[in-house]
Design a binder for this molecule. Structure first.
Ligand SMILES: Cc1cc2nc3c(=O)[nH]c(=O)nc-3n(C[C@H](O)[C@H](O)[C@H](O)COP(=O)(O)O)c2cc1C
Length: 167
């Protein structure tokens, strides 16, 4: 039996939803990750930075922009010891200026994805997958990266039907 890992990055706190700011206890990508876990029976792994971005939206924008500009690899709270037992990795992330949050690069660059399939799912506020698929291919050159799915952030809690079809 093939084992499935659902590794995802998601940020709670202040965020924009269709032009208005809301404070949320759970990030959009986390909703999608949990649905995928339910549908596939896969194991969830949250990619969390040791120093998380601020709950305050404007502050978060500044921090994330600076990390992207400096091509940083933020340290994570924890790492799976190994990904050897997984054949398929669902990789979830919010679109941050057309690419992945830098912590997702930290995760990807830590492992050898030879023989593994990566299935990307991205939440966004209008830019879809952006250039994220190419960036995943570059960061995990040995992986077979499959067609990704883009979900509008505010649609994530109700995205079961779309995710089921995609899976
Ligand atoms: C730092 C930052 C940069 C973002 N950049 C983009 C962007 O370039 N394009 C886009 O469509 N959405 C962008 N967004 C919106 C997020 O992709 C969207 O709200 C996503 O669903 C957040 O996922 P999360 O709640 O799981 O963290 C950005 C949000 C943040 C906080």
């Amino acid at each position: 039996m093939s084992k499935i890992l659902i590794a995802y990055y998601s940020r709670a706190g202040e965020n924009y939803f269709g032009g208005s700011m809301k404070f949320v206890d759970k990030g959009n990508t986390e909703y999608a990750a949990e649905i995928i876990a339910r549908l596939t029976g896969g194991e969830l792994f949250k990619i969390e930075q040791k120093t998380p971005y601020s709950d305050n939206y404007n502050e978060c924008i500044k921090q994330a922009k600076s990390d992207q500009k400096n091509n940083l690899r933020p340290e994570l709270v924890k790492y799976p010891d190994s990904i050897a037992e997984y054949d398929t990795i669902y990789l979830g992330y919010p679109n941050y200026w057309g690419t992945l949050p830098m912590a997702v690069f930290t995760f990807l660059e830590r492992y050898d994805f030879s023989g593994k399939v990566i299935r990307p799912f991205c939440t966004h506020e209008g830019s879809g997958l952006g250039g994220s698929i190419g960036d995943i291919c570059a960061a995990a050159p040995n992986a077979a990266v499959e067609r990704g799915i883009a979900i509008r952030g505010s649609d994530a809690p109700g995205s079961e039907k779309a995710l089921k079809q995609w899976i």
